[in-house]
Write a protein of this length. Structure first.
Ligand code: URA
Length: 197
């Protein structure tokens, strides 16, 4: 199984998916193998347009903290739990269509279980950082990021250490100083962890 095989399989899954609306798809980005693999939820509009994860608004927050702990984006791999962009299509009053992102359903995440496992095994990272609840639930038994952010968890099934973090878009919803400070502390803990491994 190569990266090209993975890309082929992702395209097949996305092209054959007819159960709900999707707005394009992307693959992961960054070196293989890699030291650290970040896993997000699903791409948004900007990510599909540019063909890369975390290049929109959440990506800007993400890169700000990455730079702060002196990690270069080019040295890490980033991927998603769901490789397509799940969308909601609504008809507005004047008959136009409005498109927005939606959270991927469990059944949609499950479509990519094998793909994500294979990407993890190809990337063979020392540490996996999950961003938000969706990759957390996929890779650990925790149900909520509030219970375990900034801790190190071992996943016996894939034999990897997991470091759960809030999704960078949480900063957009929780702009209070307490949250920002907690989020900053998690990045500093990540830096400490990376210095040790
Ligand atoms: N949010 C995600 O979870 N993934 C992306 O690629 C972009 C935004």
């Amino acid at each position: 199984m190569t990266l090209e095989d993975l890309k082929f399989d992702i395209r097949e899954i996305c092209n054959n998916y007819k159960k709900d609306f999707i707005g394009g798809w992307i693959t992961g980005d960054g070196p293989i193998p890699c030291h650290i693999l970040f896993i997000g939820e699903a791409p948004g509009k900007t990510e599909v347009e540019q063909g890369k994860p975390f290049v929109g608004v959440a990506g800007k927050n993400f890169e700000y903290y990455l730079n702060m702990i002196d990690v270069k984006r080019s040295s890490i791999r980033i991927t998603n739990t769901c490789y397509f962009r799940p969308i909601k299509v609504k008809e507005t009053k004047n008959g136009k269509k409005s498109i927005s992102n939606r959270t991927p359903k469990v059944s949609e995440i499950n479509l990519f279980n094998d793909i994500l496992d294979k990407e993890i095994s190809l990337a063979d990272p020392k540490l996996i950082v999950t961003l938000g609840n969706i990759p957390l639930k996929r890779l650990t038994n925790f149900k909520s990021i509030g219970q375990c952010h900034g801790e190190i968890i071992f996943n016996n099934y894939i034999n990897k250490y997991i470091f759960p973090m809030y999704h960078p878009s949480a900063l957009t919803y929780n702009r209070n100083d307490t949250f920002k400070n907690m989020y900053l502390q998690d990045w500093l803990k990540l830096k400490e962890t990376l210095d040790k491994i």
